[in-house]
Structure formats: C-alpha cells, structure tokens
Write a protein of this length. Structure first.
Length: 72
C-alpha cells in the first residue's frame, strides 16, 4: 500500500499532508524535514486511531485479522 504525500512551499519552508488518512499533516524548514515529519505524523495518526478502536471494542468479542490491500 502506498500513501500520497502532498507538499507545498510556504514562507517558512514546506507544509505537507497525506491525502488518505485524515489528520496526518506537518511542516518543516526544508522539504526533507517535512518528509520526515510527515512520516512521523502518519505513524502517530495510525497509532491514535488504533488506540481509539481498541477502546471502543474493549470487553467485546471480536475477530482480528490482517488486511492485505491490492497493489496497483
């Protein structure tokens, strides 16, 4: 699976976001810094979403399995 990163030049450097998971956005003084920060932001968003999901199903019987997404 690949995500789409979008970067835009700003007066202070670069801003960036990922199109797919909402909430993953960041900034950096350089494009390289913005890229690294965005990778961290995506990780944090996914971790937060997982924690919220786990909280919402706490105490319930569920089935967990890996999900493989098709590649293009």
């Amino acid at each position: 699976m690949q995500l789409t990163a979008v970067f835009q030049k700003a007066p202070e450097g670069y801003i960036g976001f990922v199109e797919e998971p909402p909430g993953a956005n960041t900034q950096g003084a350089t494009l390289e810094e913005a890229r690294a920060n965005l990778a961290d932001a995506v990780e944090l968003v996914l971790e937060a979403n997982r924690a919220l999901a786990e909280e919402s199903i706490q105490g319930q019987e569920v089935i967990r399995e890996a999900l493989s997404l098709p590649t293009e």
